[in-house]
Ligand binder design. Structure first.
Ligand code: ZN
Length: 309
């Protein structure tokens, strides 16, 4: 059984700028181009590693006129990618060359963390991880193989306090307490992609405001429907938390719930995966629509902004 993050979903400004930054500047692969199932007039863009693995996925709802968000209590503060430790130098040069706002690298739990912002001000970082040179990531056009982003490393949540959220991570979502450094409490599901959740305890502070550059929700992995149902039962039985009904997201099936710290959590199945409607080699190349929207493809395509010339 593999636990950890399945994906992170955020809000962005214009789709074209978002696509350019994540595919060209960062060298991620566009692994699915579809629409927001709850708002089919806008895109839902999925980026990941070359294999579109759970744990490598960062997805966006791009809106041309989204007002900027503000990070605060009850939100995901930073989304982290993992790269081989030796690639941090390459990435520092690349961020400078591309004019990406960034900070000097810092050490956290013995790892080098290079923090930067995307064009909407979303807080991201690259974490240099020892010994992952051979971790599969697939080909990318713009980044040398030895420096390619392997997937998500984890997220950092900004919460009033650790307690109740930490209990859900450890009791339901497959994480273990991995200790504390300063005000950061670390939870670890695995040594692989998507394996870490850090909670920064901030006490009383301003609440976050959702907008462009904000993480909308984070999703955790369940192998299949049975494991997801067991997690749902533990949430209800041990934590008195109810989830939504299961929603079919075409590439995974999802439940959502608001965790006690205020962050929207999702539990997403690994199945059926991203090759359910196009082969691995073609992922991201065509606009894919769920069956209920296919009859309206022409109208939907006419409303969506162009992603390229
Ligand atoms: Zn999601």
């Amino acid at each position: 059984m593999t636990h950890g993050l399945h994906h992170v979903t955020a809000i962005s400004g214009p789709a074209r700028r978002n696509l350019d930054f994540y595919t060209r500047t960062l060298g991620l692969r566009l692994v699915k181009k579809t629409v927001n199932f709850d708002d089919p007039g806008s895109y839902h863009l999925y980026y990941g590693n070359g294999e579109a693995e759970p744990g490598s996925l960062l997805t966006f709802f791009p809106w041309d006129h989204a007002a900027p968000g503000r990070v605060g209590i009850g939100e995901t503060q930073e989304t982290r990618f993992r790269v081989p430790e030796a690639a941090i130098g390459f990435w520092t040069h690349r961020l400078i060359a591309e004019g990406v706002p960034h900070e000097a690298p810092v050490r956290l739990f013995g790892e080098t963390v290079l923090a930067f912002r995307d064009p909407d001000g979303m807080r991201l970082s690259l974490v240099g991880v020892p010994g992952i040179e051979d971790e599969a990531a697939g080909e990318t056009g713009t980044i040398p193989a030895e420096a390619v982003i392997r997937g998500l490393h984890g997220v950092s949540l900004l919460l009033r306090e650790v307690g109740a959220t930490g209990a859900i991570l450890t009791d339901v979502l497959g994480f273990a307490d991995a200790g504390r450094e300063g005000t950061t409490h670390r939870f670890r599901a695995s040594g692989g992609i998507g394996g870490l959740v850090d909670i920064r305890e901030a006490g009383d502070f301003l609440p976050g405001r959702m907008g462009a550059g904000s993480v909308h929700h984070i999703a955790f992995r369940a192998a299949d429907d049975a494991e997801q149902a067991a997690m749902r039962a533990r949430l209800a039985g041990n934590h008195r938390l109810r989830t939504t009904e299961q929603q079919d997201r075409n590439y995974f099936r999802s439940l959502y719930f608001r965790e006690p710290g205020g962050v929207l959590f999702e539990i997403a199945t690994d199945i059926p995966g991203f090759t359910v409607d196009e082969p691995l080699a073609d992922l991201g190349s065509a606009l894919k629509l769920p069956a209920q929207f296919e009859p309206f493809r022409h109208e939907i395509e006419a409303r969506l902004p162009a992603l390229a010339d």
